[in-house]
Design a protein around this ligand. Structure first.
Ligand SMILES: [Zn+2]
Length: 70
């Protein structure tokens, strides 16, 4: 699980909506890294549960991801 800044709604007024910070699971992060020019992740940080523990794209939770790796 990573906490990522992604491209959001560029028509929005606030930077928080243009570049929202969301939790993403490792699968979605690695898929995005192979998406080339269509990638949506601006930057990734260490996982911070303060931004949530459920992947914004596929709804996998941090607990489910940990169980997958166990
Ligand atoms: Zn995901």
């Amino acid at each position: 699980m990573k906490t990522c800044t992604v491209y959001g709604d560029m028509q929005a007024d606030s930077a928080a909506e243009q570049y929202p910070t969301v939790p993403l699971c490792d699968d979605c992060v690695s898929e995005d890294s192979q998406a080339g020019p269509d990638h949506k992740i601006v930057s990734q940080q260490r996982y911070n549960p303060a931004f949530g523990d459920t992947c914004d794209w596929c709804s996998k939770t941090a607990a489910e991801e940990a169980a997958d790796k166990a």
